[in-house]
Design a protein around this ligand. Structure first.
Ligand code: NAP
Length: 302
């Protein structure tokens, strides 16, 4: 069997077009567009490239976007004051603080200072709680799990009653996606198991999965014989395993591998996400959707 590829790059385009259309409609009817601010402290090249991509995508879908760059030695107090300024700013619907922050700043204190109604990353404890309660309580699911669920739905994979096994229990991927899949509602209603490094028989759990979601950060962790024939395999892992020269640009780029042995797994699975080009492109896309949702909540449209 050759699995159907679930391509994040294609789903991203669909969703960004839907967002662009909706932003135009809201602008016509209500005279406002979503506003997103990204706060970047310091000048780490990786952080700059993430922030640039977020701002570029926000611009593409018609948001008002602000990139607020701050020096690496900004005090915690000044950063908190900056967040408070954007919490109060009526034109801003989403506030993002690019992590990691310099060592003298407490990440948790900063993230918890963001107004939960503008926390489009979905990391504030209030939003984590809302996600756990489920249903109408949910405002901003964290972007990577939100993207994973959307890919599963758009691929037409049945989740109701499905055995879902999640490899990994991090706060940004494993725990939230497991929580989302177990809720009542579309793209959920599954029976969910979370496995991790203390799990006794990882292979046996994976083998039971109708939907296997792997977020471990270990290249080729999941072997083909761990996959149930016809299963949907979502590979969240992004592992840099070497470098190569890009044919397009001539520059040195990272060789990326997922957590699943893709070439062998695609012959057994029914659906599979590639790395790169699978879950990766979904995260920023869902960040845009959360920012749009934030404005819609404010306008009473949701
Ligand atoms: P993390 O915080 O390091 O968590 C990894 C989880 O996997 C932990 O719960 C760990 O178990 C478990 N694990 C590690 N090795 C294992 C093994 N051999 N057997 C069973 N479980 C194992 O990682 P994360 O932030 O969730 O990210 C996971 C991967 O997804 C990384 O490759 C990351 O780069 C990628 N990622 C991609 C995106 C994206 O594409 N947009 C977004 C986020 C993350 P313990 O808890 O027992 O240690």
């Amino acid at each position: 069997m050759t699995a159907k590829l679930i391509k994040g790059t294609e789903i991203r385009e669909e969703i960004l077009e839907e967002i662009t259309r909706e932003v135009k409609e809201i602008k016509e009817k209500h005279g406002v567009v979503p506003g997103l601010v990204t706060i970047l402290v310091g000048s780490s090249p990786a952080s700059i490239s993430y922030v640039t991509l977020k701002i570029k995508t926000a611009h593409r879908v018609g948001f008002t976007e602000i990139q607020d760059d701050q020096p690496v030695d900004i005090s915690e107090e000044d950063l908190l004051a900056l967040i408070e300024k954007y919490n109060k700013d009526e034109s801003i619907n989403g506030i993002l603080v690019q992590l990691p922050l310099p060592k003298h700043i407490d990440d948790k204190k900063i993230l918890n200072a963001i107004d939960p109604d503008k926390d489009v990353d979905g990391f504030h404890p209030v939003n984590v709680g809302r996600l756990m309660i489920g249903g109408d309580e949910v405002k901003f699911p964290p972007c990577t799990p939100f993207g994973i669920q959307e890919m599963i739905i758009r691929a037409g994979v049945e989740t109701s009653g499905a055995e879902v096994v999640v490899v990994g229990r991090s706060n940004i991927v494993g725990k939230p996606i497991a929580n989302m899949m177990v809720q009542k509602g579309p793209g959920a209603n599954a029976t969910v198991t979370i496995v991790h490094t203390r799990t006794k028989d990882l292979a046996a759990h994976c083998k039971r999965a109708d939907i296997l979601i792997v977020a471990a950060g270990v290249p080729d962790l999941v072997k083909p014989e761990w996959i149930k024939p016809g299963a949907c395999v979502i590979d969240v892992g992004v592992n840099r395993v070497g470098e190569k020269i890009s044919e397009k640009t001539g520059k040195t780029i990272a060789i990326l591998k997922g957590d699943v042995d893709f070439d062998a797994a695609k012959e057994i699975a029914g659906y599979i996400t590639p790395v790169p080009g699978g879950v990766g492109p979904m995260t920023i896309t869902m960040l845009m959707l959360n920012t749009l949702k934030s404005l819609k909540f404010k306008l009473g449209l949701m």
